[in-house]
Design a protein around this ligand. Sequence first.
Ligand SMILES: Cc1cc2nc3c(=O)[nH]c(=O)nc-3n(C[C@H](O)[C@H](O)[C@H](O)COP(=O)(O)OP(=O)(O)OC[C@H]3O[C@@H](n4cnc5c(N)ncnc54)[C@H](O)[C@@H]3O)c2cc1C
Length: 461
Amino acid sequence: MRHSAVGHWMEALPPVPLQPALAEDVTADVVIVGGGYLGLWTAHELAARDPSLQVVVLEAEHCGFGPSGRNGGFANHYWDRLPSMTALFGREQAIRLAEAAGGALRRLGAWCAEHAPDAEFAWTPQVEVATGPLQDGEWQEAVDAVAAAGHGDTYRALAPEEVQRICRTPAFRGGAIERDAATVQPAGLVRALRRRVLELGVRLHERSPVRALDDGDAGVVVTTPGGRVRARRAVLAMNWRTGSVKPLRRKLTVASSHVVATRPVPDALKALGWHGHAICDLRAMLHYTRLTSDARIVFGWGGGRPAMNGRRPRHLFDDSVVQARTAAALCRFFPEVSPADVEVGWGGPIDVSADHLPHYGQLRSTFYGFGFTGNGVAPSRLGGEILAAMVLDERSDTTTLPLVGRERRGFPPALPTYAGGSILRELMVALDERDEQRRGVPMPLRLAVGVPRRLGFHVPR
Ligand SMILES: Cc1cc2nc3c(=O)[nH]c(=O)nc-3n(C[C@H](O)[C@H](O)[C@H](O)COP(=O)(O)OP(=O)(O)OC[C@H]3O[C@@H](n4cnc5c(N)ncnc54)[C@H](O)[C@@H]3O)c2cc1C
């Protein structure tokens, strides 16, 4: 298996010339740091709402270098999170948020139909399956809550034989299905967004890392190696790198997820009877798998090693041990696929917030969004709308969502968070393995894995 520095999705697209790095001092109304989905959607919304605004986007590498160009391409709403969101925000706000996320997913689909054939947006039901006894029925509380909210057709339980009709493998037990889910070609989506914001007159500079941000009484000045941008307002859309911003440091922690892709395997897909549903399991550290338009299996694992906030270790992007484990899991799940079929692997960082949901907020003239925790493809569409409205001082349905301006308890300091996260990861990997192998999970291990949840933290999935 070959390692890819940018991921299969970006490699599958024709190269485009980079936008020039910032090479002078400029002024703007809004400067956005980060050219992933969140930064580009924010730029898109600002430019679409007010074409006279001067918007500058600064991207350290190239648009889509981060998770936006290398993710699994599952586009989801929040309905299956209704119980945990209800515990956080109350039932009414949780339903409002689930409806807003569903709306953002529909708008993403409509936008892709108009502007982004290369994003390959496809409405594709998503199946959550148990792969071990401990996962059986994990979905039931959410299925009941969604039905009670009047959306039972959106998310419902599946018997084991129904799961087998979707994909025939002994690895799968029962599960649940999200009807209104979609898949995208992730790098195609970020490319289309990049193209569209340029068409809308946004000024984009790639290879322009922001080294400093000064938010003073007269506005914001951001500094890159080649020049500075002076603006009225700034937006930080830096994903896991938000951890390098002092006031936000304790609000997130960094994990990683790794993905492998096979060569086209049409015969294996035929044997599995698998025609395209996106699938994930319900382990503590989940697997997620889907097909590409050219009959490859893409298979990811959320069990990558964490990193300490503010650091940038190589293993976030390239971890041969984790990628080998991910490839082995693929072949276990789908015995029709042999290790020789697995062509390429890659990885990327995950910006984990304490409650698993994104946070949007403001520090003087600087606005920020982070914390997608592995679910950002569709939610970043909503995030761009929220941040644009905040920058424009609009009070709207989006800025009053419970994701905005909430003061949640942060994580402990970086070192204990990293050490605790690393130990917890080992425990979760052990628990998942025993469960999948039907070896039984000893109670002390279950209790240990449940400690963070009892302390009010969600564990990364
Ligand atoms: C392997 C993997 C699989 C995933 N699978 C899924 C999935 O299937 N479905 C889903 O919904 N989500 C998934 N996610 C999560 C999803 O990809 C992210 O939530 C989403 O892409 C976040 O977008 P973003 O714009 O916040 O971040 P990014 O894509 O990271 O964009 C931030 C950008 O900011 C730039 N930047 C950072 N610091 C600076 C600086 N100082 N100066 C200038 N630029 C800077 C970075 O280079 C980067 O390009 C996955 C993530 C990974 C890693």
